[in-house]
Design a protein around this ligand. Sequence first.
Ligand SMILES: N[C@@H](CCC(=O)N[C@@H](CS)C(=O)NCC(=O)O)C(=O)O
Length: 227
Amino acid sequence: MFPSNIPVQNPDIIQLYSIPTPNGQKISIALEELGIPYEAHRMSFGASLSHPEYRKLSPNGKIPTLVDPIGPGEKPLLVMESGAILHYLARKTGKLMPSDAAGENQVLQWVLFQVGHVGPMFGQFGHFFKFAKDKTSDAYGVNRYTAEAKRLLGVMDKQLEGREWIVDSFSIADIALVPWINALDFYEGKEALDYSSFKNVVAWVERFNARPAVQRGQSIPAEGQGV
Ligand SMILES: N[C@@H](CCC(=O)N[C@@H](CS)C(=O)NCC(=O)O)C(=O)O
């Protein structure tokens, strides 16, 4: 059930395999908010993600992945894809998501909005705006993803009008979205996106980042915690 090349201290609790990137932080933040016991293993880009033992957990070779030794029906459950992991943890604990079907669906639609739009588009923005700057003089990529990232910030800003959190109460949808907005600092792209004009987003991100569990979760797994 666990990758045999990664030592486990306590096989009875949830095991998280991650790196504190936005997709990884979503899960460590959720686990810290939930206050449930877990063991975190810090992976590294490259060999550790392509190791055949890790590929058994994540056929796509990405972080985060999670193993719950006591999953549904008391059987072990392996989960890849951060949106699915967040949903699993919320269902398991009955927290960070409303229990009624309509409320659950509201939260899920914003989680999927993050996974399908904000993550990939902000990632492309960062790529063209920062990392590929000296690889192409063509402005097409940077213009395309700057416009799309701005459009998405506008969608969230509108949704946040009169709301403290993206769906009324604090949920896995906030946990999915805000780490990706924080990544704009790493991309040095806030000015280019006219970030400060999205007032509701700015206030929401500050509110989110002030939470003690968020602050803890942002740097888990720590350096040296795992392979
Ligand atoms: N849709 C996936 C995306 C996961 C993803 O792209 N993870 C990145 C880190 S943020 C990764 O593992 N990159 C390693 C690589 O591409 O080699 C999710 O939400 O879990």
